[in-house]
Ligand binder design. Structure first.
Ligand code: AQP
Length: 332
């Protein structure tokens, strides 16, 4: 056991990872793993809420894990595992389903957005998605959940469910806090900078993938949608320009003000070129390392097996406690 606080987070293997997943989530995790008991999951149970080809799901699951490690997550420090390998996630989700209300789940923005995109398949999994996410987090007595801004609403629901359960029985779950960094918490689409960059976007030019080669990254930035104002400013009225400055700031650690000063009065071409280069510097080594790791399936298998064993030991303790509190008769 450790005195460190616990962080938990995960990403769906719903496609190749984007720069949004990296800057909004993984990059923060790598710097936090030193100071926290860190648990990071590839949330494959969540991914099937949107139809997936089984072979793509298998491939994406390993790719997400390889990218976690390539980006700097250390399997000796952090627990890295695949969600479906630890059945306690699905089991706790069922119990928590009975503590979540139809009304609050109906209000979830992600549910509303995704339902619109798959009108013919508004399945119960899509609706219950946030409850499974609550189970993921609450199983580990998580203190902090480092996520992008889009997940704030789900996290608030996880807190409500935890408090509801604690009040109904007795203190059981830690009530988790969101950790959402100021810069990079919402990387926007390169084609529509008023909506977030998303790996399931139909327009390939809207996102940068961690697997994109250097020329593809340059080309996508060149085509990035800006505005008709024509000069660089950091302003809500220029979301495309702001998005690029934010990316540079998040990657370089420089302030938004000092980056903006570099481009004052200039047009957009140089900003696009420079942002592309800063992004390439950051993600090309991750791409190369992930490619290398993906050729060593045995190594990845060792990591996710060991990770699942460690995660399960923690998760089962919590699940047993919950089962006891709700009144299930123990098997032995
Ligand atoms: N554009 C983004 N900017 C900042 N953070 C982001 N995240 C996702 N997109 C951005 C963060 O990445 C983590 C994992 O997300 P996820 O895969 O579980 O689901 P998501 O938020 O729905 O991500 P995508 O890429 O948009 O996936 P699809 O297209 O499959 O729905 C979370 O911490 C999220 O905040």
């Amino acid at each position: 056991m450790t005195d460190k606080k616990t962080i938990f987070s995960g990403i769906q293997p719903s496609g190749a990872l984007t720069l949004g997943n990296y800057l909004g989530a993984i990059k923060n995790w790598t710097s936090m793993q030193e100071d926290y008991q860190s648990i990071f999951c590839v949330v494959d149970l969540h991914a099937i809420t949107v139809p997936k080809e089984p072979k793509d799901l298998r491939k994406n699951t390993l790719e997400v894990l390889a990218n976690y490690i390539a980006a700097g997550l250390d399997p000796d420090k952090a627990i890295l595992f695949v969600q479906s390998h630890v059945p306690a996630h699905a089991e706790l989700a069922w119990v928590l389903d009975c503590f979540a209300y139809f009304g609050e789940l109906s209000r979830m923005t992600q549910f509303k957005d995704k339902s619109q995109k798959q009108v013919g398949n508004i399945n119960a999994g899509l609706f219950n998605y946030p409850v499974l996410m609550a189970a993921d987090i609450l199983l580990y007595n998580t203190d902090l959940v480092p996520v992008g801004e889009d997940q704030r609403q789900h996290l608030e629901l996880a807190r409500d469910i935890a408090q509801r359960f604690n009040n109904r029985f007795s203190p059981t779950f830690a009530v988790p806090e969101p950790y959402i960094s100021k810069i990079g918490a919402k990387v926007m689409s390169l084609q529509d900078p008023t909506s977030k960059m998303s790996k399931s976007d139909d327009n390939q030019n809207s996102y940068i993938l961690l697997s994109d080669d250097d020329d593809t990254i340059r080309r996508k930035f060149k085509r990035a949608v800006t505005d008709s104002i024509g000069v660089v400013n950091y302003s809500e009225d220029q979301p495309g320009v702001k998005n690029m400055i934010d990316m540079m700031a998040k990657i370089s650690g420089r302030s938004v003000e000092s980056i903006t000063e570099d481009y004052l009065g200039q047009g957009y071409a140089k900003l696009k070129e420079d942002t592309a280069e800063v992004v390439i510097q950051e993600i090309a080594p991750i791409r190369e390392e992930a490619t290398r790791l993906l050729q060593d399936k045995k190594y990845l298998e060792t990591i996710y097996q060991k990770g699942a064993d460690r995660a399960e030991a923690i998760a089962m303790k919590m699940l047993r406690k919950v089962y006891k509190k709700v009144g299930f008769v123990p098997r032995r």
